[in-house]
Design a protein around this ligand. Structure first.
Ligand SMILES: NC(=O)c1ccc[n+]([C@@H]2O[C@H](COP(=O)([O-])OP(=O)(O)OC[C@H]3O[C@@H](n4cnc5c(N)ncnc54)[C@H](OP(=O)(O)O)[C@@H]3O)[C@@H](O)[C@H]2O)c1
Length: 321
């Protein structure tokens, strides 16, 4: 089984590399091909090697621009790809507002290219989407897969177009919507808060947006779990860690847990204050409540384990610190 991972140098892609190295494969014959538009940074490669322990982790990156249909076709044929896990995306929510064309190309047209390729070959596309397909409606209970979609910005809209293009292609597909992703790799809220709480006396963090932080390592494990037990259960599924919090609660937990691991950094010396979203002017209105209801994925793939968000946060922080 040949599994092509796109965007392999991003948060989720790197977690896929780690799990592949430590034996969490969907079958004994699984072979991964890790691809991205750029090469991995030295920092990411060093982190991969450290987290893999003694395991042989594949840090190589085959060049693949998923917006190039000819390149995608050539790679799929050459490597006899059975499954594509699409971890590539335009993920900068604010920048998407001024780079709408690029965001549409990467978040909508590229998944369509991958989907058409899998339809042609009979392969499976695992595509990752987002809680930002919601947001216009002010929900106050967890969002099920079939609730009305109402993205409030370019990022959410282009990700919605990506979902629609994958479904319209008629390929075998699993679309996983996730939220508030963080990992040991790249730029994310956890790494930003680790830096800020260690260097500033005080921080304001919004408390009026709620969701569920999701460790990319848990999402990668869920993807591999789904591939191990697939049996043609195509469709859209929601996946996040368990629980609910605000960004303010998330920031407080990062400081508290990090302090327990490395008290010498004195992160609890930073006063974290709750504030409203309008104190942080942004080009995009973010979903106020985008907790994802995971009933469908739990019922369809009962062998998946979904950790509580603070447990996964602790694990990731130990890895980083
Ligand atoms: N991050 C979140 O909070 C969040 C929340 C919900 C859902 N998601 C979804 O989860 C998925 C994974 O997100 P992530 O945070 O792991 O993303 P990420 O860290 O931003 O990684 C995306 C990767 O895609 C690469 N890429 C960019 N353009 C490409 C192209 N044309 N061809 C191939 N690769 C390209 C990027 O390379 P460069 O960095 O060199 O451009 C990067 O390595 C995405 O679908 C995202 O929309 C993310």
């Amino acid at each position: 089984m040949n599994i092509l991972v796109t965007g392999a140098n991003g948060q989720l892609g790197n977690e896929m590399r780690l799990l592949a190295a430590t034996g969490s494969c969907p079958g004994p014959d699984a072979r991964f091909i890790f691809t991205d538009i750029n090469q991995a940074s030295e920092e990411a490669v060093a982190m991969l090697r450290r987290l893999a322990g003694g395991a042989a982790v594949d840090t190589s990156t085959r060049a693949l621009d998923i917006t190039d249909p000819d390149a995608v076709h050539a790679m799929v044929v050459e490597e006899a790809v059975d499954i594509i896990v699409n971890c590539a995306a335009f993920t900068n929510v604010d920048a998407a507002e001024t780079q709408a064309e690029l965001a549409e190309r990467l978040n909508a047209r590229a998944p369509e290219i991958l989907a058409c390729e899998m339809r042609r070959s009979g392969g499976l596309l695992v595509h990752i989407s987002t809680d930002y397909v919601f947001g216009g409606e002010r929900f106050n209970t967890p969002c099920g897969e079939d609730l009305p979609l109402s993205p409030t910005g370019v990022y959410g809209l282009t990700k919605l177009h990506g979902e629609q293009a994958v479904l319209a292609s008629g390929c075998r597909s699993v679309i996983l919507r996730t939220a508030w992703l963080y990992s040991e790799f790249g730029k994310n809220f956890v790494r930003t808060m680790l830096n800020l709480t260690a260097s500033r006396p005080q921080l304001n963090v919004v408390f009026d947006q709620c969701g569920t932080p999701t460790y990319a390592g848990d999402l990668a494990a869920a993807i591999l779990g789904i591939l191990s037990d697939f049996r043609e259960r195509t469709g859209i599924y929601h996946f996040s860690n368990e629980g609910v919090c605000s960004w303010f609660d998330f920031a407080k937990s990062i400081a508290r847990e990090a302090d327990a691991i490395r008290p010498e950094d004195r992160r609890l010396g930073c006063e974290i204050r709750p504030c409203h979203s309008d104190e942080f002017p942004s080009p995009v209105r973010r979903p106020a409540y985008s907790v994802l209801d995971k009933t469908r994925i739990k019922q369809t793939f009962p062998s998946l384990t979904i950790p509580y968000w603070t447990d996964s946060l602790r694990k990731c922080l130990k890895n980083i610190l």
